[in-house]
Design a protein around this ligand. Structure first.
Ligand code: HEC
Ligand code: HEC
Length: 394
C-alpha cells in the first residue's frame, strides 16, 4: 500500500525531467511504467537484486549475467545460447515474458502497449552498469553520445528521482506488486496459458511426502516394525518430558494412558485406551505431529515401537516383547471402538419422511416477520459501543 504515494513522487519527478529536457520524453514516460517492475527489480545507484536481478546497464547486457543472482534454468540456457538484451529481444520478452522464454521465472504478465515497452527500454537505457545515469536519450540502441551540458543538467534531476525511488524500494522490497499482476511468489513453470500463472503441479515426490494418512483398515501403513521395549526407550527420551513416565502426563500436557471407564463421568478422561476408536489414528498422529515441536522426525520403525508402547501403557498388550508391524497392525482393536457407530441418522424415523429437503418456495404466501432478534435477546445490547457494532439484524 505505502508504495503508491512514492510512485506518485517518482512520477512527478519523471514529469520534471521530461519538461527539463526535450528528447527525454520516452525515458520519463518509461520511468512511470517502471513502477510496475519495481516490486521485483531495482535500478540506479546501489541497486541490488530482488525477486529479479537488478537492471543497471541491462540494455546491451548479456542475458542471465548478474553474478550471485539465481536465474531460472530457462534463462541460463538462453544465456548460454548467447542471448543479449537489445531493443528487439527486450521488446519480445517484456511483451510476453513466458511466450518469449518458456520457463522464465519472471512472473509478469507482460506489457501490452508497444509504446510502454519502447518507453521503458528508453528509461532502462539511461542507466550505466554501475547504476549511474547516462544522459537520457531517445534512441536506446544508439551509443553513449549524449553526455552534453543538457544531459549533465538533467542528470541531477534524474538522480534525485533515482533516490526517491530507492527508499520505497528498500521498505517495499516484498511489497505486493499491483493487484492485477501475478505476485512474486507465483511460479511460472509449465503454466503457459494459465490466466493467473500461479503455482504449479505438485511433483510425485511432493505428493508422496504429504500423502501419509493411514486408514483404520491399514491402508497407508509403511513397511516397518518395533517392539514395546524399543518404544519405551524412545518414549523416555522424546515423549516423557511432556506426557509423563507412564503416559499420565506432566502438568497440563495431554494424558496418553488410563481413563478407562470414565467416559460417563462428568469429566471423562479421554485417552487412546479409554476413548480412541482406531489404532491407525495413533500411528498417524504420532508420525505426523509428535514429538511436539519436532514433528516428522521419527522413523517409521520408531513410530511402530512407540505405538506398541502406547498399547502397553494402556494395558492393551501385556508383553514387553510384543512387536507391532504392518503385518499384525489391523489385528489390534482399541477397547472403545464399538462405541463409535456409523452415522445412520438418515434412516431414522425422524428423517424418513423427509427424503428430499425443500430448497425453494417451501412456504406458501408472503414471508412474515414473527420475532425480532433483539427481542429474542440474541443480539447483544450495544448502545454504549456504537464502534463495535457488527452487521447484525434487529
Ligand atoms: C513479479 C516479479 C517481476 C516483475 C513484476 C518484473 N520482473 Fe523482470 N524478472 C523477474 C525475475 C524473477 C527475473 C529472472 C528471470 C529468470 O531467471 O528466468 C526477471 C528478469 C528480467 C530481465 C532479464 C534480466 C537478466 O539479467 O537477464 C529483464 C530485462 C526484466 N526482468 C525486465 C523487467 C521489466 C522491465 C519489468 C517491468 C515492466 C519486469 N521485469 C517486471 C521478476 C519480475
Ligand atoms: C513438548 C511437549 C511434547 C512432547 C515432547 C511430546 N508431545 Fe505428544 N502432545 C503434546 C501436545 C501439546 C499434544 C496435544 C496437541 C494438540 O492437541 O494439538 C500432544 C498430543 C499427543 C497425542 C494425542 C493425545 C490425545 O489424546 O489427544 C499423542 C498420542 C502423543 N502426543 C504422543 C506423543 C509421543 C509418542 C511423543 C514422543 C515421540 C510425544 N507425544 C512427545 C506435547 C508433547
Amino acid at each position: 500500500m505505502s508504495k503508491y504515494p512514492e510512485v506518485l513522487v517518482a512520477a512527478a519527478l519523471g514529469l520534471l525531467a521530461a519538461t527539463s529536457s526535450a528528447g527525454a520524453q520516452d525515458a520519463a514516460a518509461g520511468e512511470k511504467v517502471f513502477a510496475r517492475c519495481k516490486a521485483c527489480h531495482a535500478v540506479g545507484e546501489g541497486a541490488a537484486n530482488r525477486v529479479g536481478p537488478h537492471l543497471n546497464g541491462v540494455v546491451g547486457r548479456a542475458a542471465g549475467a548478474i553474478e550471485g543472482y539465481k536465474y531460472s534454468p530457462a534463462m541460463t540456457e538462453k544465456a548460454g545460447e548467447g542471448l543479449v538484451w537489445d531493443e528487439p529481444s527486450l521488446t519480445r520478452y517484456l511483451e510476453n515474458p513466458r511466450g518469449f522464454l518458456k520457463g522464465t521465472k519472471m512472473a509478469f504478465a507482460g506489457l501490452k502497449k508497444p509504446q510502454e515497452i519502447a518507453d521503458i527500454i528508453a528509461y532502462l537505457a539511461t542507466f550505466a552498469e554501475d547504476g549511474s545515469q547516462k544522459a537520457a536519450q531517445a534512441d536506446p540502441a544508439g551509443d553513449d553520445g549524449g553526455r552534453d551540458a543538457a544531459g549533465a543538467a538533467e542528470t541531477d534531476t534524474a538522480e534525485a528521482a533515482g533516490e526517491a525511488e530507492e527508499e520505497p524500494s528498500q521498505a517495499g522490497a516484498d511489497a505486493a506488486p499491483r493487484a492485477d499482476e501475478p505476485t512474486a511468489s507465483s511460479v511460472a513453470s509449465g503454466s503457459d496459458g494459465l490466466k493467473f500463472g500461479l503455482g504449479r503441479e505438485a511433483t510425485d515426490d511432493e505428493v508422496a511426502a504429504w500423502d501419509i494418512d493411514i486408514r483404520p483398515d491399514g491402508k497407508g501403513l509403511p513397511e516397518g516394525r518395533g517392539t514395546v521395549g524399543e518404544g519405551m526407550i524412545v518414549y523416555d527420551q522424546q515423549c516423557a518430558s511432556c506426557h509423563g513416565d507412564f503416559g499420565e502426563a506432566i502438568g497440563r500436557w495431554p494424558v496418553l494412558a488410563g481413563g478407562q471407564g470414565t467416559l460417563r463421568d462428568e469429566r471423562p478422561e479421554k485417552t487412546i485406551g479409554s476413548y480412541w476408536p482406531y489404532l491407525s489414528t495413533v500411528y498417524d498422529y504420532v508420525r505426523r505431529a509428535m514429538p511436539f515441536g519436532d514433528a516428522r522426525s521419527l522413523s517409521d520403525d520408531e513410530v511402530y515401537a512407540l505405538t506398541a508402547y502406547l498399547l502397553y501403557l494402556n494395558d492393551i498388550v501385556g508383553d514387553e516383547e510384543f512387536e507391532l508391524s504392518r503385518e499384525n497392525f489391523t489385528s489390534i482393536d482399541l477397547p472403545n471402538e464399538q462405541n463409535f457407530i456409523d452415522d445412520d441418522r438418515a434412516s431414522e424415523a425422524h428423517y424418513a419422511d423427509r427424503s428430499e429437503p425443500c430448497m425453494s418456495d417451501c412456504k406458501e404466501g408472503a414471508p412474515e416477520i414473527t420475532m425480532h432478534a433483539a427481542v429474542l435477546d440474541v443480539t447483544p445490547e450495544d448502545s454504549d459501543e456504537k464502534e463495535s457494532r457488527g452487521g447484525g439484524i434487529d
